[in-house]
Structures are given as C-alpha cells and as structure tokens.
Write a protein that binds this ligand. Structure first.
Ligand code: SAH
Length: 465
C-alpha cells in the first residue's frame, strides 16, 4: 500500500493554502467543507476566492510565500504555478513534519487528495496512489451510481438509534444482525424513497419487537429506461434495477438495459407490439399488484418516460387503489433522446418557441387529431407511434395549411447502434420512406428545427456499436 487512507478531523483547525487561482479555490472549498479555518496566501488572489475565504471565517494574505506562515498549521496545500516556490513549501513543511500536498506533484507530497463521494456522514474516498487520477475519478463515478443521494440520511438515522439498539440487544452479534437487516431492508428502501417518517416508525416498531420484520408488502418501481442507450439511465433507475426481485419489461426496453438488472431477478416479458398486446394491459396491472402483495420488489421497466405515452398512470392507478406502495422514476423520453442524438434542438430561439408531443397512433384514419391546432408557426411537433400513419400525418398537416416544404425527420431506433435519421419535406417524405426500409420504433419530428440536423448532427451509431 503506497498511501494509508485516513480521515482528518479539520473542524476549527488552521490550514495553509498557497495560491490564488482556480486550483487553490477548489482546495479551499473542500477544506472549508470539512470545517477548516483557511489561511490563503498569494500575491494575486481571485476576487471570488477572496470573498469565499472571508465568508467562511478564513484569512487572506496577499503576499509572497514565507515560512513564518507555517507556524501552527496542521496541513498545507501548495497550488502555485511557480515550481521553485512549490519545492520550497514542500521542504519547509516536511522539515516541520506538517503534512503537505503540492497539487499535481506527487513527488513533493506527503499526502494526496482522494476522489470523494460525499454522502455525509458517509464519505467514500478513492485513490490510485497518484498513478491514474482519471481511473480513480471513473471509479468514483461508479460509486456515485450505487450510493443514492440519500445514503447519508440512512447513516444519520442509524446514529440516532445507536444507543437505543445497544440497550435493546445485549450481545454484539444480535446488534450486528439487527443493523444488517435494517440497513439492507425496508427501512433503508424507505429512506432512499424519501419516506423518512415511515422509515423511522418502522425502525421503532422493529426495535420494539426486537426483530426485523419480514417484508410483508412489496413495492412497485415504475421506472423509465430511456430511449435505448444504457448510458441514458438515471442513477436511481440503475439502483432500483439492481435491487428488484422481479422485472416486468416490454419491447421498447433495449436488451443491454434488461441485462443490467439484478442477475438473479425473475424477468417477465410483457412486450407489446403495435396493435398486438402480448399481455393485455389489464393483466399487467393485476400482475403488478399480485407480485407486490407477495412481498416482492417489482420493477416495471418502461421505454422512455413512464408518464409520456407509457400508460404509467394506468399502471399505478390500481396500485394506489390496492394500497401497494410505489415509486415513479422518470426516464429520458424518446423525443429528448432522438432529438439530442440527431442534432435537432426541439426548441430554438430562431425557429421554435414551443414543442408538442402528439400520438400518431391514428384512429379512424386521421380524424382524431386537432390538426388545425398543430399547424402553428414556430412550433415543433413530435409524433410518437407515427410510422404507420406517416403519409396521413404529412397529408393532413399540408391540408391544414402547413408549408409542403416544411422539414420533417424520421428517427429510427434513436440513441441505439441502429440509430438512423431520414430527413425530407412534408411533401416528399412518404415517397422517400417507401424507398428505404425503416424499422420501429421510430419518431417523427416536424418543424424548422429539423433543418439544423445537417450542421449539428454528431452521433455516430457505428462508433457506438
Ligand atoms: N414512454 C415512451 C413512449 C412510448 S410510445 C417514451 O417516453 O419515449 C412508443 C413510441 O415511442 C414509439 O412508437 C416511438 O414513436 C417512440 N420511441 C420510443 N423509443 C424510441 C426510439 N429509441 N427511437 C425512436 N422512437 C422511439
């Protein structure tokens, strides 16, 4: 082990930071977060940094470095761009046995800063011992995904009941067993879902009963999986995917995303394709209730966002009636994903001040959309489920007064390795689509913003596969 990780108590302690720029500011911010009283030393100090140090009760000296500033400091950070001064500070600090960090110069340091995940009071620190700070940062990003933002709250709750638990259970083994099941069980799940009061009541009742309850009631997580690229999942989606006991997913959820669910979770495909429902909606709703009532944590994974043409509202309606707890996690909807990956801003100050999401699943061959309302200047229209009705959409928009030259984009399997964009005009698109194969799911974007694709396209599906 090249470095021993230690956690310093800096509350109210004097530390010296030498340097007046960006880097010094980052270090000051971190040190002050830990409660240190910072003395900042540099001939030139950024105004923002100066006021930051002052507002936190620190001292600023606009002078050159001299070793008298080391007196009674317990830690020193050098962030100057003068190599000689850095060396001098390092030597002076070491000869006084004060821990020293010279930013980006491991050879001059007696301690280094780790990459930190702050879920106070829980702190995770990662270091590569200076060999690859980027690798340490990547690992930190991984930890960020598995430690929910509310992780610290769980630790605070546990701290408050520490003594009481000690008084209730006499042996260390009993206490450990109790805490292990609390911190991995329903109490923890409730804290992560923001249900602090319920979590505390459950903890108290489990403590009174001197045992943790077996999960009687499960929960349903209605989670948006985004348009396809697994990198577009939210941290919360990923965490719940890795914790659920059973997963119900449909056709729109891409395979790489299904593969990221907990390995030993049961998987149930309830896929739907247009006009052919593998499992009728009603049965899906019933199944969610049944599984949750068996005490299982049920993940209902949906493409895009569950509340945008996703029937999410219908699915949780029955859960609410049946008193089954649920959480809803938004996902990146197809419109956002496809537009972003196609270089088509949905709004743009010069072209569109509003955007409408419309279903293109036409009943009665056209009658059921408010066409006149859609034909509106400076508005982008996004049609979901519009491939089958594409020619009707193009025709109706023109008949209701939209310029036949209006640009239109069809995005196939947006954000995935099969991402493909076809650009045309309202007049030409139906013929263009006849000429080439496209496969679902596809999204249709109509409006002047589509013309920006040519210049702003950036995503290369080949490089992504
Ligand atoms: N809840 C989803 C939409 C479900 S409706 C969401 O928020 O995205 C299904 C329609 O979404 C499809 O017919 C298609 O129009 C669109 N869609 C979903 N994923 C897509 C993708 N990766 N590329 C293009 N269109 C997509």
């Amino acid at each position: 082990m090249k470095f021993l990780p230690l956690f310093f108590d800096l509350k109210g302690k004097s530390v010296l930071v030498v340097g007046g720029g960006e880097v010094a500011q980052r270090k000051c911010t971190l040190l002050m977060k830990a409660g240190a009283v910072v003395t900042l030393l540099a001939p030139d100090v950024k105004a923002e940094l100066e006021s930051l140090v002052h507002t936190q009760g620190g001292h600023v000296h606009k002078e050159r470095y001299c070793d008298t500033f080391l007196v009674s400091k317990i830690l020193v950070v050098a962030a100057t761009n003068d190599p000689q001064v850095n060396v001098q500070i390092s030597q002076d600090a070491q000869s006084r046995s004060i821990p020293i960090n010279v930013v980006d110069h491991p050879e001059l340091c007696t301690f280094i800063f780790p990459a930190i995940v702050d879920r106070s009071p829980i702190i995770a620190a990662v270091s590569s011992g200076g060999s690859s700070p980027v690798l340490a940062r990547l690992l930190r990003a991984k930890l960020e995904t598995v430690l929910p933002a509310t992780y610290g709250k769980l630790a605070t709750l546990a701290e408050r009941y520490r003594e009481k638990v000690k008084g209730t259970f006499t042996t260390i083994n009993q206490r450990r067993g109790f805490w292990e099941s609390v911190l991995q069980g329903q109490v923890a799940d409730m804290v992560f879902a923001g249900k602090d009061k319920e979590a505390e009541s459950l903890l108290i009742s489990e403590l009174d009963a001197k045992q943790t309850k077996i999960r009687e009631k499960g929960e349903v997580y209605l989670v948006g999986a985004g348009p396809g690229d697994p990198d577009l999942l939210t941290f919360k989606a990923l965490r719940l995917m890795q914790q659920a006991d059973v997963v119900l997913y449909d056709r729109l959820v891409s395979q790489p995303i299904v593969d990221m669910c907990r390995r030993d979770a049961d998987r149930i495909y309830v896929g739907k394709s247009r006009s052919q429902h593998a499992v009728p909606q009603d049965e899906i709703n019933q199944l969610l209730v049944k599984l949750a009532k068996e005490g299982r944590r049920v993940l209902r994974l949906k493409g895009g966002d569950p509340f945008i043409f996703g029937r999410g509202g219908e699915e949780i309606d029955l859960l609410a009636d049946e008193g089954v707890p649920f959480q809803v996690v938004p996902g990146i909807t197809a419109a956002s994903g496809c537009a972003a990956y196609s270089g088509i801003p949905l709004t743009h100050r010069d072209y569109a001040q509003s955007v409408r999401f419309v279903t293109g699943h036409l009943k009665d061959n056209s009658a059921n959309l408010p066409w006149a309302e859609l034909v509106h200047p400076n508005q982008t229209i996004v049609f979901y489920m519009g491939l089958m009705g594409l020619s009707i959409i193009c025709r109706e928009l023109q008949q209701h007064g939209m310029n036949p030259e209006t640009p239109i984009a069809l995005v196939q399997k947006g954000t995935t390795k099969d991402h493909k964009v076809v650009i045309s005009t309202l007049e030409q698109m139906p013929a263009d689509i006849q000429a080439q194969p496209v496969s679902a799911p596809t999204l249709i974007i109509v409006g002047e913003v589509v013309s920006l694709h040519d210049k702003l396209k950036w995503f290369d599906p080949e490089a992504h596969s």
